[in-house]
Design a protein around this ligand. Structure first.
Ligand code: BDP
Length: 721
């Protein structure tokens, strides 16, 4: 290389560096970006109100508090704010517990602190030694950390912090992510790369990502993580793996994140050398007792086990003629001495073809109410089939008053566009939480069942199947982050509104400019409905591609299990379409309380979004819009596509306000989403038309291809299987 060319190269490199933003906007920083507050007056105000930080005491969690607040303020206020042990001027931000901090103790907050429990926090504008100050106080160091993140959220969202009087307590005790991560690092139904857990390098190597992961969870109040897939591998319970699990647990502990594992029911045979896994066999019980003691000797705060048993080929107590309570109680007894819990899943259906799979969990579990140990929660999916784009609430909510019932949501978008579609799920989570079971009269919402208030349970929990992987931006689709975020926020407080959670997330993830917040919020709030429209409108369900569940597959039939096919669920024929779950059909409706039965049982009162879930409806039936069912179906499918196009338009209008990297990322995915939406619309309408024998209304876009074309599509290597 000549001197001249090397100088040129250098100059070019320099120019390139200068044109790059200082920090790559690749999504890695999630909602914890801490970029400088843009509004000038707010910035001034914040600088005045927070001129020094005081954190007394020492603990690993308090060290994180110090680091987080220093980093947050440095970024947001664009100036260093000293973090010390003594208050010396106006504008002190004091953080701590009465136990860790004499200054916090001197504020005499005991009455207020009593009301907020171990994990809650207070954020108060107050006086300290006669000078204006702000205090973040809690009963535990973790409460202080949660309060710290809340305070930083206020600054990130440019909120007024001059008169703060916040007290916040989680409504649900166990707020848990379920990772469907396999030991080979593939992730079942994962669309964001591979598993974060690098088992091969553990326990020796603690990846920075583990800490960043724990920090992100702490920032939204998630306090537990089940590391392994519900379709469990017993190997994780061997000593070799347990020391790796311990390393993760140690890394997560200061962030308040407890570790849980999935327990393969046949582990005593597979790794313990026993001849049986019968839960009533004393040798089996002692094997689990010893295994549990071994785990606790390594991880003293181990959370407990999550179990999928006797479902989809997994082993379980029924293999030995025992029931789910027998299985759950055996494991519960094993972890009870150390305070562990068992989360026993109700996602079960037996090997025989049922008259209606939707009825199986209720039929199997309801009779067992009152027979579980005190440290067992039954974990129920939001709906009775399987994480469909829309499902009515699961009839088990409210049906087992003597048993703590835990919610299982799916954050990963197995049936909601996987890694390519933008679907903001808070409205879906809220829809289930707000549904009224009528278990104890009007107002017996699902939320009250799971937060324990309906039946006076103190053991409470909520789980979300994680959408996190090794992709640089954690969730594959940038907007997948909003679902991780929304799950955590709702797990802490299910009364938060979807639009407010969206606004928080947008402000922190992008900026608090109203020209960004409002349009993005609108996009997010219509996105899930758009997916329902172009995939499964009017209560249709389970009509996706075979096995990988990617794309439409309403024609799927003749498989080894009828209840895994699409025709089993949509039941389209020349007369009409839909699954009759009323008395004239499977009568699944009888599993709900009478007012709900009445509502869903009559097609006239049944909310239209569930019409074909509960009824087989004639093609010419007049729906609320006055259209025939067939025409309504055509319009809904088309509306879904239009909604995606509207999202594309909205996003395109934001280019000037956003960084190139994330703008292009989302724009490209929205383009894919539009293609997939059309694919769904065209394939489903052409297929259902073979039964309805009616034309697609002439004002709607015509299908791009023939039905045969769509039916022979066979995408290979779809991720997440
Ligand atoms: C279904 C998934 C499957 C899971 C199963 C479960 O397709 O991969 O194993 O649920 O929740 O949604 O157990």
């Amino acid at each position: 290389m000549t001197q001249k060319t090397s100088l040129l190269t250098l100059l070019l490199l320099l120019a390139l560096c200068l044109s790059q933003p200082l920090q790559a906007e690749d999504g890695y920083r999630l909602w914890l970006r801490y970029d400088q507050v843009q509004e000038k007056t707010r910035l001034q105000q914040y600088r005045q109100l927070v001129s020094e930080v005081v954190v007394e005491g020492n603990s690993p969690t308090l060290a994180i508090v110090r680091k987080e607040i220093a980093m947050g303020l440095k970024g947001l206020l664009s100036q260093e704010v000293a973090v010390g042990q003594q208050a010396s001027k106006a504008g002190t931000l004091l953080l701590g517990t009465p136990a860790s901090s004499p200054l916090v103790a001197s504020l005499q907050l005991s009455d207020q602190l009593k009301a907020i429990g171990t994990e809650g926090y207070l954020i108060l504008t107050t006086q300290l030694q006669g000078r204006p100050a702000t205090v973040i106080a809690a009963n535990s160091d973790m409460g202080v950390l949660y309060g710290t993140f809340c305070f930083l959220r206020l600054l990130q969202s440019a909120e007024d912090i001059t008169k703060l009087a916040i007290n916040s307590t989680p409504k649900i005790q166990h707020r848990v992510l379920n990772h469907w991560d396999n030991l080979d690092r593939t992730v079942e139904r994962g669309y964001a790369g591979f598993s974060l857990w690098d088992w091969h390098k553990l326990p020796g190597y603690i990846d920075q990502r583990y800490l960043d992961y724990a920090r992100a969870n702490a920032s939204i109040g998630i306090n537990g993580t089940v590391l392994t897939n519900v379709n469990a591998n017993a190997l994780v319970l061997t000593r070799d793996y347990l020391v790796k699990v311990k390393a993760l647990a140690d890394a997560f502990r200061p962030y308040g994140l407890k570790v849980y594992l999935t327990a393969r029911f046949s582990a005593p045979i597979e790794i313990g050398g026993l001849k049986t896994a019968d839960p009533l066999d004393p040798t089996v019980q002692s094997w689990w007792n010893e295994k549990s003691a071994e785990i606790y000797s390594l991880i003293p705060d181990f959370g407990g086990f999550l179990v999928k048993a006797n479902s989809e080929g997994q082993p379980g107590p029924q293999n030995y003629g025992r029931n789910h309570a027998d299985g759950a109680n055996m494991l519960a007894d094993a972890v009870a001495p150390q305070g562990g819990i068992v989360m026993w899943r109700a996602f079960v259906y037996d090997d025989k073809e049922p008259d209606d799979r939707a009825k199986q969990a209720y039929s199997g579990f309801k009779p067992l109410d009152g027979t579980f140990r005190k440290n067992v929660m039954v974990q129920v999916k939001n709906g009775a089939i399987d994480f469909q784009p829309r499902e009515p609430f699961h009839p088990l909510f409210g049906a087992m008053p003597k048993t703590p019932i835990m919610m299982e949501f799916q954050i990963t978008q197995e049936y909601l566009g996987q890694g390519t579609n933008l679907a903001y799920l808070a409205p879906m989570f809220r829809e289930t939480l707000l549904a009224d079971t009528h278990a104890k009269g009007k107002g017996s919402t699902v939320a009250k069942v799971i937060d324990g208030t309906l039946d006076n349970h103190t053991l409470t929990g909520i789980a979300g199947v994680a959408n996190i992987g090794t992709d640089r931006n954690w969730t594959g689709h940038l907007f997948g982050q909003s679902n991780w975020y929304a799950f955590g926020r709702l797990a802490w407080n299910h009364q938060l509104h979807s639009e407010d959670i969206a606004a928080e997330w947008i402000k922190m993830t992008f900026n608090s400019n109203a020209n960004v917040v409002i349009p993005v919020q609108n996009m997010m709030l219509t996105s899930r409905e758009a997916v329902v429209n172009y995939m499964t409108p009017l209560g249709l369900h389970h009509i996706m591609g075979w096995s990988h569940h990617y794309g439409p597959g309403p024609w799927i039939k003749d498989k080894h299990r009828a209840d895994w096919t699409s025709v089993y669920y949509h039941r389209a024929d020349e007369q009409g379409i839909g699954f009759d779950r009323t008395k004239t059909g499977s009568n699944a409706i009888a599993q709900y309380y009478p007012p709900v039965q009445k509502l869903f049982g009559n097609p006239k009162t049944c909310p239209e979004e569930f019409l074909l879930w509960f009824h087989h409806v004639k093609w010419d039936y007049k729906v609320k819009s006055g259209k025939t069912l067939w025409n309504e179906l055509c319009y809904r499918y088309s509306t879904g596509v239009d909604q995606v196009r509207q999202m594309q338009k909205t996003w395109a209008g934001l280019e000037q306000h956003l960084d190139d990297e994330r703008f292009t990322h989302v724009a490209s995915l929205l383009k894919i989403q539009e293609e997939e939406a059309k694919w769904w619309r065209d394939a489903c309408l052409l297929y259902f038309q073979t039964f309805s024998k009616r034309p697609i209304p002439s004002d709607l876009e015509k299908p791009a291809q023939t039905l045969e074309h769509y039916m022979q599509l066979d995408p290979k290597f779809v991720p997440g299987i």
